[in-house]
Design a protein around this ligand. Structure first.
Ligand SMILES: [Zn+2]
Length: 122
């Protein structure tokens, strides 16, 4: 998957995730307000960090560059890490960005899984 395609996917996923998150928060607390700053943060993560898996395992002249950080195992570990209360260990201000990073990472792996070389199991 090319970097431009990853950015489109990363930003799209970040926007959908952020709007769903903020809509849920607004439904629970009518006194809350929509945070444009939070949306901008998530879009920034989706734009700038969506290629993180390819930075870790670059595809320079090697179409079979995908190893552990492009595997189904890492997909499951990332999902486990961002669900439940596991991010509660982080400082409060990092929990939201960490979850958005995890979701955009999963989106990258999901997109890569649709390509010819897909993802490895391990
Ligand atoms: Zn990739």
């Amino acid at each position: 998957m090319k970097a431009k395609e990853n950015k489109i996917i990363g930003v799209s996923v970040a926007v959908v995730y952020n709007v769903a998150k903020q809509t849920s928060r607004l439904a629970k607390d009518p006194e809350a307000s929509f945070s444009l700053w939070e949306l901008i943060q998530d879009v920034g993560i989706g734009y700038f960090l969506t290629s993180l898996p390819d930075w870790i395992e670059p595809s320079i002249n090697n179409p079979r560059h995908r190893k552990f950080f492009h595997s189904l195992t890492f997909f499951v570990l990332t999902t486990y890490g961002i669900t439940g209360n596991r991010l509660e260990r982080l400082p409060k201000e990092l929990r939201g960005p960490a979850k958005t990073l995890g979701i955009t990472y999963l989106a990258h792996l999901g997109a890569d899984s649709t390509t010819k070389f897909s993802l490895s199991v391990i």
